[in-house]
Design a binder for this molecule. Structure first.
Ligand code: HEM
Length: 387
């Protein structure tokens, strides 16, 4: 094993209360000085270089199934693609493509435009970003994708909010219990809803003979748990970078679809809503001189990898036209985010719509502060004015 290195005194641990708000100084130090780092606080290995994160996420010796099982709360969750390794994973993921793949998202294009237009039409001049924009955006996008009846959207949003505590692999036992209860309720809600909605991608999924009904419901509930909160928070995270930069907003207004699409990826690179993801090694793995033993818990810290100067020119700057942009905010390899086409399509519509309709959009009051939570990365209260 490599020599144990500690973060210098004075640099907040990225998971400490101070570090949670601004983990980047610690990530930068780790990436530069100890990119394969054994963290004595969590007893986990932290990978912070792009090269190592990308390689671990594509390497079958880093098991996602074991990574998830390590989590205290997962005993009751339905089987899902995120909690399985190949070959079983393929059986669950392939039908998931029917729901979330590029063809399914093309089918949804008009519905997504209507969600964004309806949301922007209904905004008052003063708004709180997550409550008035991010959460209704996430609810609308997922409700149209999963064909949740409009009258049930409020109940759906409530369940999605409560179940999203399952996103954080480091959350405590109380949150775990609440997450488990919410997950059961969400699964029953989806079960009832899927039973009475004929037609479309959901019906195709329900009829897929490769899946049992609990597995089918596992895919749907994973889409909600994995998708709702990250979608909601990406809006504030994006506006945090955009509002102080009128030139970026002007570029979005004038740059058309193409720029809106590269902008979504660039904003996710800078503030990944899911900053890390957990694995467990099934065999010893070496990265240069560093040796990770078998059975070790590993976090691929994609938020650190996304600012790696070895891969990204001007890594701390917002470059809306950045392309290619090999960021890892959607993960990589086997478990690459199945919702990425949906996020890109809906995110581009929202960013462009906001910039075009509200040329005077700006922060209202002091700049918002980052909430001291790990997953998802998100802001505290963020008030804006639209005109
Ligand atoms: C900004 C929004 C989002 C971000 C940043 C994000 C990020 C991620 C990441 C990092 C992973 C990989 C996790 C791992 O390797 O352990 C992942 C997987 C996944 N995401 Fe997303 N996600 C987002 C939105 C969504 C949405 C909207 C959906 C569904 C509607 C979704 C569905 C999934 C699914 C099903 C997986 C598991 C794929 C697999 O295991 O094969 N995500 N996502």
């Amino acid at each position: 094993m490599t020599a144990l290195r500690r973060l210098p005194a004075g640099l907040a641990h990225p998971f400490s209360p101070v570090g949670r708000s601004d983990p980047y100084p610690a990530y930068d130090w780790l990436r530069a000085n100890d990119p394969v780092h054994f963290d004595v606080t969590t007893r986990m290995w932290l990978l912070t270089a792009h090269e190592h994160c990308a390689s671990a996420l594509k390497d079958p010796r880093f098991s996602a199934a074991l990574g998830q099982r390590e989590r205290v709360r997962d005993d009751d969750l339905p089987a899902s693609m995120l909690t399985t390794d190949p070959p079983d994973h393929n059986r669950l993921r392939a039908p998931g493509m029917a729901l979330l793949g590029p063809a399914a998202v093309r089918e949804l294009a008009a519905a997504l435009t209507a969600v964004v237009d309806g949301l922007l039409d209904g905004l008052a001049d003063a708004a709180e970003v997550t409550r008035d924009l991010g959460e209704p955006f996430a609810t609308g996008v997922l409700a149209r994708t999963l064909l949740v009846p409009r009258e049930d959207e409020a109940a759906f949003a409530d369940l999605a909010r409560r179940a999203s505590v399952n996103l954080d692999p480091l959350a405590g036992p109380q949150a775990a219990r609440e997450g488990r209860v919410a997950m059961g309720e969400l699964t029953r809600f989806l079960d009832a809803h899927v039973a009475r909605e004929p037609g479309g991608a959901i019906a195709r999924l329900a009829e897929d003979e490769r899946l049992t009904r609990p597995e089918m419901l596992g895919i749907l509930s994973l889409a909600v748990v994995g998708g709702w909160r990250p979608l909601a928070e990406m809006v504030g995270n994006a506006l945090f970078w955009l509002l102080p930069r009128p030139e970026a907003l002007a570029a979005l207004r004038e740059g058309g679809d193409e720029l809106a699409r590269t902008a979504v990826d660039e904003l996710l690179r800078l503030e990944a809503p899911i900053p890390f993801t957990a694995r467990v090694t099934t065999a010893e793995v070496s990265f240069g001189d560093a040796v990770i033993p078998a059975g070790a818990r590993v976090l691929a810290v994609v938020a650190a990898a996304n600012r790696d100067p070895a891969v990204f020119d001007r890594p701390g700057d917002l470059v809306l036209t950045r392309s290619p942009n090999p960021h890892l905010a959607f993960g990589a390899g086997t478990h690459f985010c199945l919702g990425a086409p949906l996020v890109r399509q809906a995110g581009a519509l929202l960013l462009r719509g906001l910039a075009e309709r509200f040329p005077a959009i700006r922060a209202d009051g002091a700049p918002p502060a980052w909430a001291p939570v790990l997953v998802p990365r998100r802001l505290g209260e963020f008030r804006i004015r639209l005109s």
